[in-house]
Design a protein around this ligand. Structure first.
Ligand code: BGP
Length: 469
């Protein structure tokens, strides 16, 4: 017997841009990722989501595979410009129908849908008006959220507003590696504030919608450890905690920014600027649950060298952590290789205990908030032996992380579901199709044929035994 409660949800996750394809089908408008991925040099070998794994046309086959694996819940995102090609205003009914059919197919197989409203594919039309830097985008988001509640709220109980602010704001406005490709911390902070405002407005609208469900926010669970106990490394570690945890979780779980950091950024850059009522809005709209995406631990050190902002997107081990050239920000901190750590080919440290530690940190800071592990997985180039995808490393990775969740539950955390990334091999934003995460392999040389991996059968057994295996 495992420690998992019997109503625990065993699921898997994906995001619209990474699986759907059909980028201009049936009236869909372009998103910022459609634009960005077509610019030269932005993604691995120019890969993009034009076709992705064509889930848009094959979703019935995919849902049947999910059901065969025994999945009890499916976390997917809605493409905002598929529903509202201009970001607001005219509704594209064909786009509405796609998700409606997907939801029905899931429910027919007893798979609980969990919707993410925003997994990074902002309508290009809104970016042209300023994107998240414009407050009007928060208002458009509220309109979009209301439309989703209206059309799907009769069938969908689990909702989250945003996926991983740290990525789409951090990469979008600080490193410039994601759209809109800006490198300006002050602009990042203001854009991030509008995301919190949009979230709070969407939560408020949810609470008046009458939907019998829950709404949350999904963040990266970034577990940090200092490289050494030196005063400099400890200060860098504290700062990283402040930015990656407190700044990004406090506004949605406590309804306010961490006071000290807020005072510092306002003194330094004059941001975030609040509109009248913003503080009250945040305070009044605390989430029902938090979604945690955990892949790796980060080792933090002080950084006096120049900022270095590129990451390993090739899968060439070691390229992301070259000594003296690590990803980091001058004067703040850098992410360094842990000399005793085990790393993936993309230089992500595999550290399952970090998931237990991270969950317990969240509980310590925010109390008994319900938790879903909304992403967790191993990105790898899977071995194919005699035509079979033998992804033993993935099985090991997932097994250890499930054990880490079980430990957190034993220590009193209210973890309600687990969504490995991902149910199928899909497009990795900057790493193309070579970085595989799924239980199902997709053959890009054979009409995108689906094939069950070894992990598919392993997860099937694990679900059937409620985590006991
Ligand atoms: C998360 C994103 C996912 C997914 C995953 C793996 O940050 O929410 O969309 O892509 O990371 O990342 P990558 O594809 O870069 O390996």
């Amino acid at each position: 017997m495992s420690a998992f409660p019997k109503e625990f949800l065993w699921g898997a996750a994906s995001a619209a841009y990474q699986v759907e394809g059909a980028h201009d089908a049936d009236g869909k408008g372009p998103s910022i990722w459609d634009t960005f991925s077509h610019l030269p040099g932005t993604t691995y070998q120019g890969t993009n989501g034009d076709v992705a794994v064509d889930h848009y046309h094959r979703f019935r086959e995919d849902v049947a595979l999910m059901a065969e694996m025994g999945m009890q819940s499916y976390r997917f995102s809605i493409s905002w410009p598929r529903l509202l090609p201009q970001g607001r205003g005219t509704v594209n009914e064909a786009g509405v129908k796609f998700y409606s059919d997907l939801i029905d197919a899931l429910l027919e197989h007893n798979i609980e849908p969990m919707i993410t409203l925003y997994h990074w594919d902002l309508p290009q039309a809104l970016q042209d008006e300023g994107g998240w830097e414009a407050r009007s985008t928060a208002e458009a988001f509220e309109e979009y959220a209301r439309l989703c509640y209206q059309r799907y709220g009769d069938r969908v109980k689990l909702w989250s507003t945003f996926n991983e602010t740290v990525c789409f704001i951090g990469f979008g406005y600080i490193t410039g590696g994601h759209p809109p490709g800006v490198q300006n911390p002050a602009r990042a902070i203001q854009a991030c504030h509008h995301v919190f405002v949009a979230h709070a407005k969407a939560v408020a609208a949810f609470r008046t919608s009458g939907i019998a469900g829950q709404i949350g926010f999904v963040n990266v669970l970034q577990t940090h450890t200092p490289l050494s106990q030196s005063a400099e490394d400890l200060a860098a570690y504290q700062l990283a905690e402040g930015i990656f945890t407190h700044w990004l979780y406090d506004p949605v779980l406590k309804g306010e920014y961490p006071a000290e950091l807020l005072a510092q950024t306002q003194a330094l850059w004059g941001v975030p600027q609040f509109a009248p009522g913003d503080e009250q809005l945040l305070r009044d709209n605390i989430c029902d649950f938090i979604g945690l995406n955990y892949y790796k631990r980060e080792t933090i050190a002080a950084n006096n060298q120049e900022s270095h902002l590129t990451i390993n997107t090739t899968g060439e081990k070691g390229s992301g952590h070259q000594q003296g050239n690590e990803f980091g920000f001058k004067g703040l901190f850098k992410f360094v290789r842990n000399p005793n750590g085990v790393y993936t080919d993309w230089d992500w440290e595999i550290y399952p205990q970090g998931l237990t530690e991270g969950i317990m940190n969240i509980k310590a800071r925010y109390g008994d908030i319900p938790i879903y592990i909304t992403e967790n997985g191993l990105g790898a180039k899977d071995p194919i032996i005699d035509g079979e995808v033998v992804d033993d490393d993935r099985i090991d990775y997932l097994r250890q992380h499930i054990g880490a969740i079980e430990d957190a539950i034993k220590q009193g955390a209210d973890v309600r579901g687990y969504y490995p990334w991902s149910f199928i091999d899909l497009l990795s934003w900057l790493n193309g199709f070579q970085k595989q995460y799924g239980f199902i392999y997709v053959d890009h040389n054979k009409d995108l044929a689906r094939q069950r991996k070894k992990s598919f059968f392993w997860y099937q057994k694990l679900i059937a035994s409620n985590g006991a295996e």
